[in-house]
Design a protein around this ligand. Structure first.
Ligand SMILES: [Zn+2]
Length: 1016
């Protein structure tokens, strides 16, 4: 909090820099012209372009038509509908109030001079300039900046009065210091009552207070003890209180009494329910506030930079318990038979980290270095919490030591919520999880444990990265998510080597490369304004690319420097908010890199995409050049350049980490000398850098020859990276498909998981697209190719318990493909395992990694499908249930597809949280994918009522239903549908990504179908 005043710039510094990379040349970015220091009069922030530069731009122009256009583009970009607007309304006050242009600083017009009132005007102007001088100094450009027809468009509040604020972001004049919150959820009526009392300090003189509130009925409001009437502007979820001006430094208190429904979507204070083992529906209330939903539970300053402390009290019935971020201090019986729980005052934190739960739960606890760690689950599942407790204990000790700062709270609760949309949420001291990401039953496989451990490691890392130090605004979400993701892989590799997490991290990097190769991708640190844009930041770029570039930095710095820099960053910014550069500066301060870390890393965070490095070798001379790796469906050209910490090994030394040599490529091209006798070079050691390498025909040939003689000349990560890069280059059109097949020929000697799963994944992606085009001849040849190359491995897999995660991963990949090709070796065995399992009434154990293969095979028959559905209804092991659900959704039977999609949407038999999984699984089969698309279109309204527009669930649904389309007709259909949605999702980045993917699929088919026919 103490740093708020200095650090809260109208536009975060990196946003300003970001604008250099934006592709909106037609938009005047006033941010560039604005001083990033805080304006003297915060009430004038509205004139500043921090979050509505288009609005400002529109208003600064005189031409009426352009004005009109600009309103519309502003509205579109702001993702909202400006209701009831017509051209005549615009000039009247009915929809917007326009302030008169402020004229005190403008020069008198020539006309006026000609009219002979020169002296009068001059005198008047001088008087006014002197009088208003302080008002003109609030920007670097003084009066010049504010005189351009500064008309402020104020929206109209619910009561019909003008709402005194016209910006999606809150003003910085008033900052909250402490919240007293009293909540009484009623789990019978599914409503809640609340009282919030907010103590605030004024950073500037002001006469108004703007804060967030969404979907609540405020029954009483008092400001400084006097009753007031808040104004509400629903579209922006803001309320306002106006009052006679108060001075900077004063404290004031706002108290609000309100009521609302417990939310039916997965955000805010929401109701979650489940069927217990007796078939009775049980209810609970839980919260999910990140990113923008704390305002649905209590009126608040709902932006991450407004950190404050919180004292929470909860009224409940005695059959439930209540939990919040902090330990409970007391429980008091009330006259009406309810109990009142009171919690300790919290640490300073952002609103999105506040949490509370009212439910019937059981728990286990343990003291870990002075922190009481507990794991909660519904009573039926109380035996499944021990693995999570053990893992969390190890991880907490690791992070306490790694960050050199102890976890600051005396308790840490981890709660499995029966109906929960995200994987987990890092609320400080009260982490919430899906049941599948926290609970581990007796049947869980090492692969299941890898998932649970990963999610716990991620959420615990957030307690430092995100909770203790928080990004200033959602544009830098990656500082939270990229870091927590990177720490999750790093900590698990150290603490749980048996979980083979490095293989998973390699796959994550490949996935991030694929996503970031599209033109619809975005810089890691992007401009974010509307709620939908905030939701869309929770994507692969923030998480996976973020983690990938942190690995690249860590492997570029000297040993220990990364950790030192991170500790420095956390200690320096503890309890505060940061931007991108703060992290780089902390790393620079401890590193010996010749050029600063910021200079290098800005090229990775402020521009989208990544480089393709081309290696052109002649004897001992190697020419290295870089260009943007862009799978371009249009004619976009990019001049992006990166500072690439290139690494390479050669045939004389290629495995050990000290073989690695480094070359910093900053320019478009550079030359490197190598010893003449070197047979081959492999760049990007272990794929630690975020780039792709093309070796040219000769370079590739030398590598392929070497692998054919001995696969062990390179590490398995490097082999997997070669496979990945080759397929990516083929999609880019840089290598022929013949070259891809040449590389895959070495695979007959390959036994390691990562190169094999990468090759199989790429081939199966192509096969699925061909299947969807019903090109059965080619499908058959592709299947024959895959079987020809991999059948020995497929048939040598054992169907018994396997302890190695890497071997499990390879086994289920091979067997899923084998059974999906209906190979008797696989299907017979799968059915035998299933029949034994049924005969034993579920007690005969199926290895966890094989469950999906076995269940999917069983689901192909009527009996098998029905048996699985019964088992699904009654199982209390969520990881197992999920595999059953995937099997049920893999059916090719149309009536079953219809049933399961509807069941996923209605949320009775199948919980709503699973709808994205149901849809993506249905889409894998030919019968399912066209039906799923129609289903999504027909039910869009209902789907978006449950899942926020832009959320990860919606992104997932759009991508999975459309990513296999490859015809112009399908593209047209997608575009028609989404453009008809207007403010219900037409502006989503995932829609743009879907359209681009289809265009690329069309291009790929045009280019490669003949080639495939020739070569397969
Ligand atoms: Zn996270």
């Amino acid at each position: 909090m103490e740093s708020f005043d200095e650090e809260r710039a109208p536009l975060p510094r990196n946003m300003i820099e970001n604008s250099m990379f934006e592709e909106e040349p037609d938009v005047v970015d006033l941010a560039k012209e604005t001083t990033p220091s805080y304006p003297l009069d915060p009430d004038d922030v509205v004139y500043e372009p921090r979050t509505s530069r288009l609005l400002v731009r529109g208003l600064a122009e005189n031409d009426a038509d352009e004005d009109e256009e600009d309103y519309e583009s502003s509205a579109r970009l702001l993702g909202m509908s400006f209701m009831n607007r017509s051209s005549n309304q615009r000039t009247s006050a009915s929809a917007f109030i326009r302030q008169e242009p402020s004229s005190f600083c403008s020069m008198p017009s020539t006309k006026t001079l000609v009219a002979g009132v020169f002296i009068l005007v001059l005198v008047a102007s001088m008087v006014m300039v002197i009088y208003f001088l302080p008002g003109c100094t609030f920007t670097k450009d003084g009066c010049k900046k504010t005189n351009a027809s500064q008309e402020v468009v104020f929206p109209i509040s619910e009561s019909g009065e003008p709402f005194p604020w016209a910006d999606l972001r809150l003003p910085g004049a008033v900052v909250p210091v402490h919240y007293n919150i009293l909540l009484h959820p009623n789990l019978t009526t599914m409503t809640f009552k609340g009282t919030v009392s907010i103590t605030m300090t004024l950073q500037q003189d002001t006469d108004k207070l703007i804060l967030h509130s969404s979907n609540m009925k405020i029954s009483r409001a008092t400001f400084e003890g006097k009753e007031v009437k808040p104004l509400e502007y629903k579209l922006w979820q803001q309320i306002a209180i106006t009052f006679p001006e108060l001075k900077k430094g004063q404290q004031c208190t706002l108290k609000l009494e309100y009521s609302a429904n417990l939310s039916n979507s997965y955000d805010g204070f929401y109701n979650s329910s489940y069927l217990d083992t007796t078939g009775t529906r049980r209810v609970l209330a839980a919260t999910q506030f990140e990113p923008l939903a704390a305002r649905k539970a209590f009126p608040c300053f709902d932006e991450p930079a407004f950190k404050a402390t919180f004292s929470v009290k909860i009224k409940r019935e005695s059959r439930y318990i209540s939990l919040s971020n902090m330990p409970k201090t007391s429980t008091t019986p009330l006259p009406d038979g309810l109990l009142l729980d009171e919690f300790e005052k919290s640490v300073t934190m952002s609103t999105y980290l506040v949490a509370f739960i009212v439910a019937n739960m059981s728990s286990v606890s343990r003291n870990v270095s002075g922190t009481q760690v507990s794991v909660y689950a519904v009573p039926d599942k109380k035996d499944q919490v021990h693995y999570a407790l053990d893992s969390a204990a190890k991880l907490l000790e690791f992070y306490n030591e790694f960050f050199d700062i102890n976890y600051p709270l005396s308790k840490l609760d981890m709660v499995a919520i029966p109906d929960f949309l995200a994987g987990a949420m890092e609320n400080w001291g009260l982490i919430t999880f899906r049941e599948t990401t926290l609970l581990v039953g007796n049947h869980s496989s090492p692969l299941d444990k890898q998932l649970v451990t990963s999610v716990i490691a991620h959420e615990l890392a957030h307690q430092w990265f995100g909770n203790l130090v928080t990004m200033m605004w959602w544009n830098d979400l990656w500082l939270n998510e990229g870091f927590a993701s990177y720490m999750q892989y790093m900590s698990i590799e150290k603490l749980f080597p048996e979980l083979d997490i490095d293989n998973e991290f390699l796959n994550v990097r490949f996935r991030a490369l694929a996503k970031d190769s599209l033109n619809s991708s975005h810089p890691i640190s992007s401009v974010v304004k509307t709620p939908e844009q905030v939701e869309e930041m929770f994507d692969s770029v923030s998480y996976e690319k973020g983690a990938s570039i942190l690995l690249m930095v860590n492997s570029t710095l000297n040993d220990g420097e990364f950790r030192k820099g991170v500790i420095e960053y956390l200690k320096k910014f503890k309890n505060r908010n940061t931007v991108n550069e703060d992290l780089w500066n902390s790393l620079s301060s401890v590193s010996k890199l010749p050029s600063g870390v910021a200079e290098m890393m800005n090229t990775w965070t402020l521009q989208k995409g990544f480089p393709l490095v081309t290696v052109d070798r002649t004897g001992s001379k190697v020419k290295l050049s870089q260009e943007h790796f862009l799978l371009d469906a249009g004619n976009f050209t990019s001049k992006n350049l990166w500072h690439i910490p290139l690494t390479y090994v050669n045939d004389s030394c290629s495995i050990a980490s000290d073989c690695k040599q480094v070359f910093l490529l900053k320019e478009k091209s550079a030359n490197l000398d190598i010893p003449a006798g070197v047979k081959w070079l492999k760049f990007n050691y272990k794929n630690e850098g975020f780039y792709i390498v093309d070796y040219g025909v000769e370079g590739w040939k030398a590598l392929i020859d070497a692998l054919q003689q001995d696969v062990n000349v390179l590490s398995h990560d490097d082999r997997a990276a070669l496979v990945n890069n080759m397929f990516m280059l083929s999609r880019l059109g840089k290598v022929s498909f013949r070259q891809v097949l040449n590389l895959l020929d070495y695979m007959s000697n390959e036994t390691e998981t990562t190169p094999l799963t990468e090759a199989l994944g790429q081939l199966m992606h192509m096969l699925r697209m061909l299947e969807k085009r019903q090109d059965l001849n080619l499908v058959g040849r592709m299947q024959a190719y895959i079987i020809g190359h991999f059948q020995a491995l497929m048939d040598s897999q054992l169907w018994e318990e396997e302890s190695s995660v890497a071997k499990q991963t390879l086994r289920f990949t091979l067997l899923e493909i084998s059974c999906s090709f209906n190979r008797g070796n696989c299907t017979d065995k799968a059915m035998a395992v299933f029949n034994n399992w049924v005969a034993s009434n579920g007690t005969d154990h199926i290895p966890g990694d094989l469950m999906r293969v076995v269940f999917t095979q069983a689901a192909k028959t009527e009996d098998g499908w029905n048996t699985l559905l019964q088992a699904y209804r009654h199982s209390i092991y969520d990881l197992e249930k999920r595999k059953m659900l995937e099997a049920l959704a893999s059916t090719q039977n149309v009536s079953k597809i219809v049933w399961i999609l509807k069941a996923g949407l209605s949320g009775s038999v199948i919980q709503n949280q699973e709808l994205p999984l149901v849809i993506s699984t249905v889409c894998k089969s030919f019968a399912g994918y066209l039906y799923a698309w129609n289903f999504v279109k027909e039910n869009w309204e209902k789907i978006t009522q449950r899942f926020p527009i832009g959320s990860f669930a919606i992104q997932n649904i759009i991508v999975s239903t459309t990513s296999q389309f490859s015809t112009k007709l399908q593209l047209q259909e997608l575009q028609n549908f989404f453009s008809s949605l207007k403010d219900k999702g037409s502006q989503m980045r995932s829609v743009e990504e879907a359209a681009e993917t289809i265009k690329l699929n069309i291009q790929w088919m045009d280019k490669n179908l003949d080639t495939l026919r020739n070569w397969l």
